[in-house]
Design a protein around this ligand. Structure first.
Ligand SMILES: Nc1ncnc2c1ncn2[C@@H]1O[C@H](COP(=O)(O)OP(=O)(O)OP(=O)(O)O)[C@@H](O)[C@H]1O
Ligand SMILES: [Mg+2]
Length: 420
């Protein structure tokens, strides 16, 4: 697929660049040619008007600084009587009499008032003007001009063909560069879909097998089958959580919706969450210590901030053994506030710290799945922090514990959708 796209990109690029080169060249070529033709015609008519008087510009015909002199050097005139006899040849150059005669006869035999004539290796342009004694013919020899223009055409064609090779190589290089990020995001997306399907398959398989047991014992009461049904219920909860998380990430990727920001009392939110977690933590014999500065108010999306802190406390709780401790701290300074969530749990291996914010990444996959983790929590946390223009960092030591630190600036005026 990418090969085809790349090929198309190269072709389009080459066609467009070639078209620009060809159009530019022919414009310059034609304008130059036409202006030279016009100039020579003006001079030829001037000579005819002066009845064959060929006068150089600035008095010196060899003064080639003026292009008109170059033209004059290649001009001759023939005065012809009313009955067609040649009266006189006039020139400042050295065309031989025979040539002038032959050319004049050719021009006279033609009824046109201007045109082109070929004689031996010469090409002449001529005009015919009526006079009281008959007519005057002005000839201008254009072989060298034609030769130069033909040379320009040939050389340009060669240069164009060589340029095509360069354009091809440049297009190849550019298409490669352009496709790389598209390919990377396509692959990332594919991995995401594959991981998501895989994560959804597990709860679906559990639901199916539990329902099968229930169906096999149709005569049993719902109460007696409660174990299987509660497994189904738990897995459905797990699936809805997963689907919700996936939807959130997809929306962030597509940049579909901007978070609505409002004034949020961060201190209140955190204290509330700690209170909500306390019964669960008590059950696991984990002690929670909090050090929350009062009345830290910042612009943000309250729902998402709650989700962010929940993800971090939930992780700390999952990875701290009985009798452990979780410390939640909120401090603010002039520009930003920081939330630090520390635990003295199992910690994260050093070489995995960099990966834990990746989607679906879990240090211990089988263990995490046991408590329902799909490995999306921290990637969602990272998105929320970024939406708040903040930063999330982690320090951890295996066997000693982990510390997650979030730093968020108070205001992001461009994101404030309400009066604040
Ligand atoms: N406080 C922590 N202590 C030790 N390891 C942690 C901690 N927080 C996160 N991790 C590791 O980082 C991994 C990724 O965390 P994340 O929150 O993204 O996923 P999860 O908790 O496994 O699943 P989910 O949050 O989607 O339910 C976890 O599986 C765990 O291995
Ligand atoms: Mg988690």
């Amino acid at each position: 697929m990418f090969q085809k796209f790349r090929f198309r990109l190269i072709i389009i690029n080459m066609v467009l660049v070639s078209a620009v080169i060809v159009i530019s060249f022919f414009t310059v070529y034609n304008v130059t040619k036409q202006s030279l033709e016009q100039q020579s015609e003006i001079i030829m008519h001037g000579i005819a008007k002066d009845d064959g008087k060929i006068t150089s510009v600035n008095g010196d015909l060899k003064n080639t600084k003026n292009p008109a002199n170059i033209i004059l050097d290649k001009v001759f005139c023939t005065r012809v009587s009313k009955n067609g006899d040649v009266l006189e040849y006039l020139q400042v150059s050295d065309f031989n009499q025979m040539l002038m005669k032959n050319i004049s006869i050719q021009a006279l035999s033609d009824s046109k008032l201007k045109g082109f004539l070929k004689h031996e290796s010469y090409t002449f342009k001529y005009i015919k003007v009526e006079k009281e004694y008959g007519s005057i013919l002005v000839f201008y020899e254009i072989s060298s001009e034609n030769y130069i223009f033909n040379r320009i055409l040939t050389i340009s064609m060669i240069v164009f063909l060589i340029s095509l090779i360069f354009i091809f190589l440049i297009s190849l290089y550019l298409s490669n560069k352009a496709i790389k990020p598209v390919k990377a995001s396509w692959e990332k997306q594919n991995i995401f879909v594959a991981d998501a399907s895989h994560e959804l398959r597990t709860p679906l398989a559990i639901i199916k097998s539990n329902l099968e047991i229930v169906m096999e014992n149709k005569e049993e009461s719902i109460q007696s089958q409660g174990k299987w049904l509660s497994n189904v219920d738990r897995e459905i909860d797990r699936m809805s959580k997963l689907v919700e998380e996936l939807l959130f990430l997809v929306r962030v990727d597509m940049q579909h919706e901007k978070m609505v920001f409002d004034k949020v009392n961060i201190s209140y939110v955190i204290n509330n969450l700690i209170d909500n977690f306390k019964p669960l933590l008590n059950k696991k014999f984990i002690n929670i210590v909090s050090n929350v500065e009062t009345d830290i108010i910042a612009m943000g999306n309250e729902g998402r901030i709650k989700q962010l802190i929940t993800i971090l406390i939930d992780n700390a709780m999952k990875h701290t053994p009985q009798g452990g401790m979780i410390d939640v701290k909120l401090i603010g300074n002039e520009n930003y506030y920081e939330v630090i969530i520390r635990d003295n749990g199992e910690g994260i291996p050093e070489d995995e710290i960099g990966k834990i914010f990746e989607r679906f990444y879990r240090v211990d996959k089988s263990r995490s799945r046991n408590y329902g983790g799909a490995g999306l929590g921290l990637s969602i946390a990272d998105c929320i922090v970024k939406e708040h223009n903040g930063k999330i960092s982690v320090k951890s030591e295996l066997g000693k514990g982990s510390e997650f630190k979030i730093r968020i600036p108070y205001k992001r005026m461009e994101r404030i959708d309400t009066d604040g």
